[in-house]
Design a protein around this ligand. Structure first.
Ligand SMILES: Nc1ncnc2c1ncn2[C@@H]1O[C@H](COP(=O)(O)OP(=O)(O)OP(=O)(O)O)[C@@H](O)[C@H]1O
Length: 426
């Protein structure tokens, strides 16, 4: 009988929570969140585990389910292309817990790989499922900060995973070497760990491939084997890379090593220049370089001249990084920029303003920007000071109640009452 070989990344998956290395903070946050579920008072309906590839997100959920006696229903979100797939699979799973008596955790891997074109509606379907789910839903993502995942972020406990250090990677590789009775030079393990850049999955795969080629793993063998991989970084990691780069080429790579577009990444740099630099002169020089990058980006977008991108990248990468006077590695807590947070918090309000401007522009034959700057501010004053007259305006322009509420703010109730009275009176 042929014996089927189990890949090492499956064979050596952590079986217990203790075997998941160097993710203690994520572990305790996840345990806390799950216990809030068990008490019937979940702090957030879902959990979104995020971090670089191969750092233990899926492994931790599997170990958690095993240790706490949950049945784990796993689904790769990027396989579920359409709204119906998500609804069918997850809805079923999220409702049946109470009937069968077995407790379930639903794990949706790689939600950032979901097909997000507007017509697929996957994210919206997932949001609805999370709201009604009777079982805890855990999602994983490498990059949780894209605009399309915003509705999921709002409903989820965000749990960050660290990139593993070379030492963590070596610990696990040594465990595997001894279980497989593999002779491996220390320097060879160091090299595999260095090349993996914290991705334990790729390190284990490399080790397995090399073990298939030779019984003894030497530094020479490693060097002849693997090549460095192109990696995608989370924005805060790319910022560490950028600000702490020793060489120009490192600073240059940083802006394109994330899933963000160069102008989105500029928002992150813009917010964090004062986080990283303390010296005023360094701050001024860094902003000067960034403003030049901004000028190039503006030109690129206006005239579609993408050949200028290289100059923009030079300015936002090396330009910002080498604004420093002397090199010193500094670790800084880079967070999601306030501007991005604010933009998402005010998204609804901006959408209403935009729609109202469009509607009024055609009524009063003015441009949308004139309506926004010269008409809407006055309407807001009228709606907040004269509800009776506001009701008349709302009726004649057929404004939906959402718009009335936005214009009238604290006086919305009064305006809506007058509208009702007018309708009854007719
Ligand atoms: N922190 C860790 N401790 C122990 N083993 C780990 C750890 N992280 C990863 N591994 C090993 O690497 C393999 C891949 O890990 P896992 O699937 O958990 O990564 P992930 O973070 O979910 O990655 P991705 O984002 O690519 O899905 C696992 O099979 C496991 O053997």
């Amino acid at each position: 009988m042929s014996q089927e070989r189990v890949p090492w990344i499956i064979k050596y998956r952590p079986k217990t929570l203790d075997e998941v290395v160097n993710q203690d903070e994520a572990k305790s946050k996840l345990l806390e969140w799950l216990s809030s579920w068990e008490k019937g008072k979940p702090s957030k309906k879902a959990a979104l585990l995020h971090g670089p590839p191969g750092c233990g997100k899926t492994s931790l959920v599997e170990a958690l389910a095993r240790s706490k006696g949950y049945q784990l229903l796993e689904m790769n979100a990027s396989d579920a292309r359409r709204k119906e797939d998500i609804e069918r699979i997850v809805k079923l799973a999220s409702r049946s817990g109470a009937l069968t008596g077995s407790r379930k955790i639903i794990l949706l891997d790689e939600v950032d790989g979901m097909d997000v074109r507007a017509d697929t509606g996957g994210v919206e379907a997932l949001v609805e499922v999370i709201k009604v789910s009777a079982n805890p839903i855990i999602m994983t993502a490498n990059n949780p900060y894209s605009q399309m995942l915003r509705p999921l972020r709002e409903l989820s406990e965000m749990i960050a995973f660290k990139r593993l250090t070379p030492r963590d990677v070596i610990t696990v590789l040594k465990r595997i070497c001894s279980a497989e009775k593999l002779v491996c030079e220390d320097q060879a393990l160091d090299e595999i760990a260095k090349r993996s850049e914290g991705d334990l999955r790729s390190a284990i795969n490399d080790l397995e491939a090399m073990a298939g080629a030779s019984e003894r793993i030497t530094l020479g063998l490693v060097k002849s084997f693997s090549t460095y991989r192109d990696r995608t970084y989370a924005p805060y990691e790319a910022l560490q890379k950028l600000f702490n780069s020793r060489y120009i080429f490192q600073a240059r790579e940083a802006p394109t090593s994330t899933d963000l577009t160069p102008d989105e990444f500029m928002v992150w740099i813009n917010e964090h220049i004062p986080t990283y630099y303390e010296d005023l002169e360094e701050i001024a020089r860094a902003y000067d370089a960034l403003s030049r990058a901004d000028v190039y980006m503006g030109r690129i977008i206006k005239t579609n001249s993408w050949d200028l991108l290289t100059y923009a990248l030079d300015m936002m990468g090396p330009g910002v990084a080498f604004a420093r006077k002397t090199y010193r590695y500094r670790w800084k807590p880079f967070k999601q920029p306030e501007r991005i947070k604010l933009m998402s918090e005010t998204k609804k309000s901006r959408e209403i303003r935009e729609a109202l401007a469009e509607q009024l522009a055609s009524h009063i034959l003015a441009s949308k920007s004139v309506v926004k700057s010269d008409v809407i501010p006055f309407l807001r004053v009228i709606f907040r000071s004269n509800p009776r007259y506001a009701a008349k305006l709302a009726e004649s322009y057929r404004l939906p109640s959402e718009v009335v509420e936005w214009l009238a703010g604290p006086r919305a109730k009064d305006v809506l009452n007058y509208i009702k009275k007018r309708r009854v009176g007719k």
